[in-house]
Design a binder for this molecule. Structure first.
Ligand code: 0O2
Length: 221
């Protein structure tokens, strides 16, 4: 009896986690289509790379505790929105908003929230654009609208966030103040780098194309 209960719980858990994997697959298809479209039709590629992860069960449990959310699958689905996570790393800051706009136009995506930590960085200097949306996943049992957190950032933002995450967690949240200050300062350096690269790109775009080099391919109609 106990064993049967355990097996049924395991199956329910597997089904629960699978819907997040499928949601990620749906978003990855969308983002890869955008990427291919940008590079084939517009001859430019605003997306450097894409990563994704399903939150580990231990990390989901930690969040349930922190949020004081009821420990049942329905409550978890309604209150934890980053079990499925997709990270899109772009070249330049305006590319982030182009990707946001392209995703916003997709009929089957429902955007629940946009958090713009680029316009309003966190006090520690963290910058990224976060998007919480739901995507329909078509299962044999019916359609599930599954939440996904999409983080869109530049290479410089990603570089800083990845290393900050390592340094911060290595000290188990007991980071000495001079290190905190150093991290915040380096976030500023990363932001300056984004500005500098943007300005270099704008300068190069305003130059005439070098002799013998064809101008950028026009959009196909
Ligand atoms: P992981 O391992 O990346 O999944 P909540 O999500 O409810 O806890 P909040 O404030 O609603 O908190 O979410 P927020 O801050 O918009 O987004 C949380 C996620 O953004 C984090 O997920 C990180 O991925 C990233 N993030 C936010 N702030 C920072 C930061 O200061 N440094 C770094 N490196 N990343 C940050 P997780 O679940 O914390 O971690």
């Amino acid at each position: 009896d106990g064993l049967e209960q355990l097996e049924s719980l395991r199956d329910e858990f597997t089904r629960f986690m699978l819907q997040y994997k499928f949601a990620i697959d749906e978003i990855l298809t969308k983002v890869n289509i955008l990427r291919d479209e940008f590079s084939h039709l517009h001859n430019e590629n605003p997306i450097e790379h894409i990563t994704s992860r399903v939150k580990s069960p231990a990390s989901v449990l930690g969040k349930i505790e922190r949020k004081g959310c009821a420990a049942n699958f329905d409550a978890i689905k309604r209150s934890i929105f980053d079990i499925a996570g997709v990270r899109i790393v772009c070249s330049f800051v305006p590319d982030i908003y182009r990707v946001l706009e392209a995703l916003s136009m997709q009929d089957d995506l429902t955007i629940l929230e946009v958090k713009d930590y680029i316009a309003n960085p966190k006090p520690n200097g963290y910058r990224s654009l976060h998007l919480i949306c739901t995507v329909p996943v078509f299962l044999s049992s019916g359609t599930e609208h599954v939440p996904v957190e999409i983080q869109i950032r530049t290479i410089a933002m990603d570089f800083w966030a990845s290393l900050e995450h390592k340094i911060y967690y290595k000290y188990e949240r007991q980071v000495p103040p001079e290190i905190v200050a150093g991290l915040t300062d380096s976030a500023r350096v990363a932001a300056d780098l984004d500005d500098k690269m943007m300005s270099l790109r704008d300068q190069v775009r305003s130059l005439a194309p070098p002799p013998g080099k064809a101008a950028a391919r026009p959009d196909r109609t």
